[in-house]
Design a binder for this molecule. Structure first.
Ligand code: SAM
Length: 305
């Protein structure tokens, strides 16, 4: 659908803008641009933004979703890794939505630790597919102000983020996302609303921040246990966690102390159970005086699976 009645970008405008900038979408940066106003409106509507709400968008690209967000009255800060796109986006937004409250940060979203302006309360984005899970988890970790998230990701990834224990696709992204938020699928998106059309289906995931499990273990310790539990999915927890606890016997003791069956597999556990297991990790000396114990430093590859 070509959206000539509003500020939104239709197929002709997307091609024209990309042509003028010499942009040739790359797979490496997950560049599939939305060119359907109906889809943009659906995303903005589903995000349920409050008037004037501060929103962070990762990867504004040519501005398709950004325009929908500012048109709806959001105050948007966008993070874009591609210098050509980052250099153009403010101009596109101000030309098409005069008076829009918008700023852009040229950076890899994984490197951003602070954002200008008011702290964002919502993340709304059509995420680059190859880094969608790490970007999502990193944003939730670094920006405690985020209350809600609506992201478009590969349909299969959306399923994994929103999966519940006991299902085959329940894994590292499901448990780590559950540390921060409750997640649910919020709709499917067809392939032909993008240029270029990706060869996988897409879906929306809606996450609502909640308190992490109440535990004496650190997030890093819990995530280290999660990474180990899913490293070899077919192994029992006793076997999978033997490395983390030093031996199979020690893992078994830790699991029993955490009231978890040592013969169970990681895919049956909720995040609170992983937290109870992490509480059994030995207190290792803080040799570097950093406040980070060796055990808590094990896992920083969030989202890897
Ligand atoms: N939001 C636009 C849309 O819906 O049409 C573009 C979405 S496109 C799927 C992903 C965007 O993320 C691209 O603009 C790409 O350059 C950008 N990107 C890729 N990796 C990134 C990263 N690590 N940090 C920030 N932006 C990134």
């Amino acid at each position: 659908m070509n959206d000539t009645s509003s500020a939104l970008l239709g197929p002709a405008e997307i091609r024209d803008l990309a042509g003028r900038l010499g942009v040739r979408p790359t797979k490496t940066l997950g560049q599939n641009f939305l060119h359907d106003g109906g889809t943009v409106r659906k995303i903005v509507r589903t995000a349920g933004l409050r008037p004037g709400e501060r929103v962070v968008e990762v990867g504004p690209g040519l501005g398709s979703l950004t325009l929908g967000l500012v048109e709806a009255g959001a105050s948007v800060v966008a993070i874009e890794i591609d210098p050509v796109l980052a250099g153009q986006i403010a101009d596109t937004v101000r030309t098409r939505v005069p008076g829009a409250d918008f700023e852009v940060v040229l950076s890899d979203a994984l490197d951003v630790t602070t954002l200008p302006g008011e702290p964002p309360t919502a993340l709304v984005a059509n995420l680059p597919y190859n880094v969608a899970v790490p970007v999502l988890l990193t944003m939730l970790q670094r920006f405690a102000s985020l209350e809600r998230v609506l992201v478009m990701v590969q349909a299969e990834v959306a399923d994994r983020i929103a999966a519940v224990p006991g299902s085959k696709i329940y894994g590292i992204p499901s448990v780590k996302a559950a540390w921060y938020a409750s997640a649910r699928r919020a709709g499917t998106i067809g392939r032909n609303v993008f240029w270029p059309a990706p060869n996988v289906d897409s879906a929306l995931v809606y996450l609502e921040r909640r308190d992490p499990p109440s535990t004496t273990a650190s997030r890093e310790q819990v995530f280290a246990v999660v990474d180990a539990a899913f490293a070899q999915r077919r192994k029992t927890l006793r076997a999978a966690l033997s490395g983390v606890f030093g031996s199979g016997a020690a893992a078994e003791d830790a699991l029993r102390a955490a009231r978890v069956d040592p013969g169970a597999r990681g895919e049956t556990l909720v995040v609170e159970q992983f937290a109870r297991i992490a509480e059994q990790l030995p207190d290792l000396p803080d040799t570097a005086g950093t406040g980070v114990t060796p055990a808590s430093g094990i896992a920083e590859q969030e989202g890897d699976e």
